[in-house]
Design a protein around this ligand. Structure first.
Ligand SMILES: C[S@@+](CC[C@H](N)C(=O)[O-])C[C@H]1O[C@@H](n2cnc3c(N)ncnc32)[C@H](O)[C@@H]1O
Length: 238
């Protein structure tokens, strides 16, 4: 019998897993197999709390909205889920109720006032599965830009990196919409600059983890950067 090389076997196993998640999602009523990525992260890190407020950046077609709504628990516990996507998006009927709302916007230019109005007390969990394709190739730089956007929305990150020049440019400063103790999950592609980005995350969280999930495609360089226990933001300077 011909021997199969290890990489081919690994790719084949991943393809079987991929088809498996696709079929499972269809059977279970999730709008995409991405649901299993968030379920795996939730299972390991308990990032979404019953009754919590969740911001889901890059939410279309809505599998993470479905999982987030399930994880905040029954309606009487309260909680909300806000999904944002640059594409038109509708709330999936299955597993979502009136606590889930969506808006079409580019997260990179989303005015902070919109988020402040939606969740005046901030969010307990910020998720970003944002991804853009450039001629079919996953661009590491773009992935870092989108992850940077999520980190910025959650913590005010760019103000700390670019300092007063950035504040002057955008005309305001905020310290992020993630509550102290909250969790942030971001899709990131392996590549140049990622180590520094993860290091930057560490100043905002008590724990930072990198997680590859089984439901990712076989050849994908994607992983999830998970920040747990947001540290309280510094008091604004007088
Ligand atoms: C992999 S899909 C997300 C799948 C989603 N988590 C789910 O469970 O259905 C990536 C999404 O990111 C969105 N996206 C990309 N760039 C964005 C941006 N700048 N602002 C908002 N959404 C963006 C895309 O439109 C796309 O719908």
């Amino acid at each position: 019998m011909a021997r199969v090389s290890r990489p081919i076997l690994a790719a084949w196993t991943k393809k079987v897993q991929h088809d498996h998640y696709f079929k499972e999602a269809k059977k279970a009523g999730y709008v995409s197999r991405a649901a299993y990525k968030l379920l795996e992260i939730q299972d390991k890190h308990k990032i979404i709390k019953p009754g919590g407020t969740v911001l889901d950046l890059g939410c279309s077609p809505g599998a993470w909205l479905q999982v987030a709504c399930q994880q905040i628990g029954p309606r009487e516990r309260g909680g909300t889920v806000l999904g944002v996507d640059i594409q038109p998006v509708t709330v999936p009927e299955r597993f979502c109720d009136a606590r889930v709302r969506v808006m079409q916007a580019d997260a990179r230019t989303l005015p902070p006032s919109v988020l402040a109005e939606y969740a005046p007390g901030g969010f307990d969990t910020v998720l970003s599965d944002m991804l853009q394709f450039t001629s079919g190739v996953n661009d590491v730089e773009l992935s870092l830009e989108l992850a940077g956007t999520a980190l910025h929305i959650a913590t005010g990150y760019h103000f700390d990196v670019y300092g007063e020049a950035y504040v002057q440019q955008v005309g305001f400063r905020h310290t992020g919409f993630l509550r102290p103790g909250g969790a942030l999950v971001m899709k990131v592609y392996e590549g140049t600059g990622v180590t520094e980005f993860i290091r930057d995350m560490q100043r905002y969280f008590t724990k930072v983890a990198r997680m590859r999930v089984d439901a990712s495609r076989s050849m994908s360089r994607e992983f999830y950067a998970v920040g747990l226990g947001r540290k309280p933001p510094p008091k604004p300077k007088e």
